[in-house]
Design a protein around this ligand. Structure first.
Ligand code: NAP
Length: 334
């Protein structure tokens, strides 16, 4: 069976996912696209795909069996609710939505439907190195995880994302999600420290250090630098009771010449996580073909949204800000 997919939002990541779904993966076909900028949608549409004028028309089109949302965050809620209303599985790029209230509305609609339909784009969970790291922690041979260090460095920020809150709104959600997943824990509180500001970023609050206080008492420290010039650098190290488990550096060809011994660094997230994005969609295609969703859920998107909100409060207060979650619906315990 071939899953017929419609894409909403044909910007940077929308185009990358169209490439992935048309040129890399099997069992899937992009049959429809839309974007607020119709010319961009026309240009990105694969051969034979219909360009719809609005997300609503695309979601309701009979030929579209499942939807991929790659529009910007504030548009996600309405598009998710429309997908749930017609019972179509939907992959939504992070952030799920941009407020806790919006996340609760999506959760309410999905739980009323009674079946998971939403998968959120937290692709790190599909990365082979993160999966091996999690297998070691889950195996229990090192004892309980006590601390986790997460390092998230971007070479630069796309112009449209250049706001002072960007590292906490857009970047931290990945570290928050991977911490919850690796440690099998929820985040109960958030502290933020803002060190000396990089002169490369103007008003951008960069770098930032975030402490995530987990409900078990474990603490995660996250270093975020989004304008560090040299490349995209993702690291992680879990300190457990009797040992340390660390994310390996990405293997790359080692060049030795008159300038020294060098290894290439990934340019950006597309290069570092290319296999993770592919695997994320491979698993999504299987679940969506069965009319449902697996992987990161609306609950996970809700948690990440709460953490981003708490982090923004913590910048202002310079105190520990607590994260209060509603009780978890059974749908997300399965
Ligand atoms: P982008 O290049 O700005 O693309 C977004 C596209 O959606 C633009 O063409 C935009 O048009 C369009 N759009 C905005 N509102 C819309 C609406 N209501 N209906 C239809 N189209 C709409 O942004 P991007 O970098 O691709 O990011 C898209 C989403 O992916 C964001 O939520 C972002 O956080 C997420 N993302 C995730 C990852 C990851 O690692 N998982 C990486 C990058 C991005 P205009 O430009 O005219 O507004």
């Amino acid at each position: 069976m071939t899953l017929q997919v419609g894409i909403i939002g044909t910007g940077m990541i929308g185009q990358d996912h169209i490439r992935r779904l048309t040129q890399v993966l099997s069992g899937v076909r992009v049959v429809a696209v839309t974007d607020i900028n119709l010319e961009r949608a026309q240009a990105a549409a694969p051969q034979g795909a219909t360009v719809y004028e609005t997300p609503q028309e695309l979601i309701r089109a009979a030929e579209v069996q499942a939807v991929v949302i790659c529009s910007w965050g504030p548009a996600h809620e309405e598009q998710l609710l429309d997908c749930i209303a017609v019972g179509k599985p939907v992959f939504c790029e992070k952030p799920l939505v941009t407020s806790a209230e919006a996340a609760l509305r999506v959760m309410e609609a999905e739980t009323a439907f009674g079946l998971r339909l939403v998968q959120v784009g937290f692709m790190r969970r599909f990365d082979a190195d993160y999966r091996r790291l999690k297998a070691v922690i889950d195996g229990g041979t090192l004892g309980a995880p006590l601390m986790y260090k997460s390092v998230h460095r971007n070479a630069s920020v796309p112009e449209g994302l250049y706001t002072s809150d960007m590292p906490l709104n857009d970047t931290l959600v990945h570290d928050a999600d991977i911490s919850r997943w690796l440690l099998r824990d929820e985040i109960a509180g958030v502290e933020v420290r803002v060190p000396r500001r990089s002169s490369r970023g103007g008003e951008l609050r960069d770098p930032v250090m975030v402490l995530l206080h987990m409900t078990s008492g474990a603490i995660v420290d996250v270093e975020i630098s989004v304008n560090i010039a040299y490349g995209y650098d993702i690291r992680g190290e879990v300190s457990c009771e009797t040992g340390i488990a660390a994310l390996p550096n990405r293997p790359a060809t080692v060049i030795t010449d008159q300038f020294g011994i060098r290894q290439a660094i990934p340019e950006d997230w597309r290069e570092r996580f290319i296999e993770a994005y592919d695997q994320e969609f491979r698993e999504w295609i299987v679940a969506a073909g069965q009319g449902t969703a697996t992987g990161p859920s609306t609950w996970d998107g809700y948690a990440a949204t709460l953490v981003a909100d708490a982090a923004l409060r913590a910048v202002a207060s310079q105190h520990l800000e607590t994260v209060e979650m509603v009780s978890k619906p059974d749908l997300y315990n399965q």
